[in-house]
Design a protein. Sequence first.
Length: 317
Amino acid sequence: MRSSSGARRTSAGTDRALTRRSTRCRRVCLCYPWCVKQRIECSGANDVRLVADAYGDPAAPAVLLLHGGGQTRHSWGGTAKALAKEGFYAVSADLRGHGESDWDPTGDYSMAVMRADAEAWCRALHTPVLVGASMGGITGMWMEGTRAEEGLPPAARALVLVDIAHRSEAAGIQRIVEFMTGRPEGFASLEEAADAVAEYMPHRPRPSNTDGLARNLRLGDDGRYRWHWDPAFMGEERRPRTSTHVDIFVEHARRLTLPVLLVRGRMSDVVSEETAQEFLQIVPHAEYVDVQDAHHMVAGDRNDAFTGPVVSFLRRL
């Protein structure tokens, strides 16, 4: 893995404000090392550069956090800090074509390359626990299922599937796809993007500050904001599979031998309670947590309620 840093140009007034804030942050982090963030990189399939934020002691047991399609590593910020505080080395990675990770030069976002990327991180982190939300969880299940089919040992120490299983509700997946592809022309402002998110997730209060949202958008040469992922990710030919492809993922789930925790948002329209119970029959050694008042984006909806059971699971490994 390689470590790198970046800088940005600011006005003099903003620069002084950032200096004061940075000084305060350094003082806090001297007392609480778990809040220190380091940017690390890994090389994935097709030499795609993968970027991650790492929290905690690199010598501690590693936890690899993979976000869902259309998101970025920043969706795990609160969880990563909480895991580091509990004594784990938490690494939140941008999937290929998302955030600051490179776009695939050939537009390849198939499960084969997603698996290879996850395996690259698992090698670099020396067999971490893989925590995957939605597409991140699909990647973990595909990786471990295909490795077992090929007679290979698990690449991860354990697998935490966050609101994703062997089967998904087609209507819930379609709602996600429609949101991701609904504004190809982008947004005129961050406020306009915030309005779109609020409409998509009415159960969450609309944030008054758009700084967090800005990390999930890129500003184009035309002055418009677009989501921070490669449009080719949603192409028909080389896009990842979803667990609406039931037969494939049932077989992958059956092959799972490593410890597994399924975390479902009780209000999810992607994984039903019926599907969760089916998964527990297919993977009888799996554990299950149902997070009250959480939708598909469980960690973002109820971060504390999500992180607690995950930490408990990790401590029993």
